[in-house]
Design a protein around this ligand. Structure first.
Ligand SMILES: [Zn+2]
Length: 158
């Protein structure tokens, strides 16, 4: 009797464990898949916390209306109405409409104390956030173009 209970318990533990693993696998695209899907710059920036050279990215001067998504997992990150023209050479935003999709962590690399901005879904490195932005927030999200994928608003009807 006790052995049977033990077997049931054990198989339950194995089952829940495999469920947890499956959930984890669905959440994040693997590094190997990303390496195939992304350009070398996109991979370097998002997976190795790199920084693209200023004034070289696709979106620093981009001003079309639409939404900027994570290049790795397609999560919505910023809307164009919070983008502003900054002289820094990277896409800059003073706010995010998708604050739950963004993760901020302290970054002490390169001898500086900064705040790193990450995709909250897949942990892709996006850029850094600074306190020298315009009103009303005074915040500047300084984001690499290589971490972003722009999408125009979907047409309603046809
Ligand atoms: Zn992501």
């Amino acid at each position: 009797m006790t052995i049977r209970v033990l077997v049931v318990l054990l198989s339950l533990m194995v089952y829940t464990n495999s469920m947890a693993q499956e959930k984890e696998n669905h959440k994040i695209v693997t590094k190997a898949e990303l390496k195939k899907a992304l350009t070398p710059t996109q991979y370097f920036v998002t997976q190795e916390k790199g920084t693209e050279r200023p004034f070289t990215g696709e979106y620093w001067k981009h001003s079309e209306a639409g939404t900027y998504h994570c290049v790795c997992c397609n999560t919505e990150l910023f809307k164009s109405n919070t983008k502003f023209e900054s002289s820094c050479g990277w896409p800059s935003f003073f706010d995010s409409d998708f604050i739950d999709n963004i993760k901020l962590v302290p970054d002490k690399s390169h001898g500086m104390i900064r705040t790193e901005v990450l995709c909250n879904n897949c942990d892709a490195h996006l850029g850094h956030v600074f306190n020298d932005g315009p009103k009303p927030t005074g915040i500047r999200y300084c984001i690499n173009s290589a971490s972003l994928k722009f999408e125009k608003p979907k047409k309603v009807g046809n």
